[in-house]
Design a protein. Sequence first.
Length: 334
Amino acid sequence: MNHKLFGLLLLSSISLTVNAQISINATDYPVGGGVVYTYKSDTTALSQGESGENKTWNFSQLNTITTSDYITHDCGDTTLCDTFPGSNFYNINVGANSSSFYIKDASGIYLNGYYKPGVKNTFNDPRQILKFPIQYNTSFTDTFASDVNFGNVLFYVESGIISVSVDGYGTVKTPIGTYVNTLRIKTILTIHAIDGTISQTEIYGWYQSGIGSPVMEISNTHSIPEGQPPAFRNYRYITTAPVQQLGIEETQNKTNNIFIYPNPARNQFRVNVGNLKNYAINVRNVLGSTVFKSSPTLNQTETTITTSGWAKGIYIVEVTGIDGSSVPQKIILE
């Protein structure tokens, strides 16, 4: 009888352990807001560490080299997504002046296209990059295909396969802090171009529930055939918490802690000034005419500006403090 009781307790313990496993679902993965990454390339000595359970990965000694802003926009606030049908959010890399377009649903997240002035990569078969729920020891494989255009001319066609596996969980340490209950996702991405070029990228990303980007990421790109040295290797990690999460529709342009979103905008936009007190907002069109002017002593953190009747185009939003200093920012109205 004691043996039976011990067996029941053991089974109960196993059940509790299984039920307590780390899981990231679609609702745990926000896509609004921005994060700031530090980034360094050619770090060939950096190891991703071991896979497995209850691991600790220590990257706290990495050097801060450069930073890049990544800001997420809702496709409902702009026409930029019209070129990539089905997309419901997109991510801007401010430093590179490029955008990535995604589809998010209950099953996962899919890469639907890239855009940079003069270059467009449209996926006719989107690439699945995450599958919900994300749990230890889960995996999937997906094929994809895309057309790469320079201007309006089809330059080449890409296709490939992506293999994703959750190969570990535990604690990851970065130069700005420690993240517990993270899942490590290993991605092998193989891309075939129509000119015969083949590249393979190996990516390790550490994810935590509630943060819509990996808190730490290491990637290595190799030439094919395998065994050739990496063409380049880099890492990045979050250097600030996600910028004021306001939902998927958020898009923020930060200057001196002043945020304007969404941008581009339709019908209305918001100006968030953080802790600034006694300020005024003035909006001018490209001809210099004032189309909006607030009270000279606003004190609320955020002001919503309705744009009904305004012409489409570029506007300058100027926030002026009580000392007379002003911060101008550009917004596009669609």
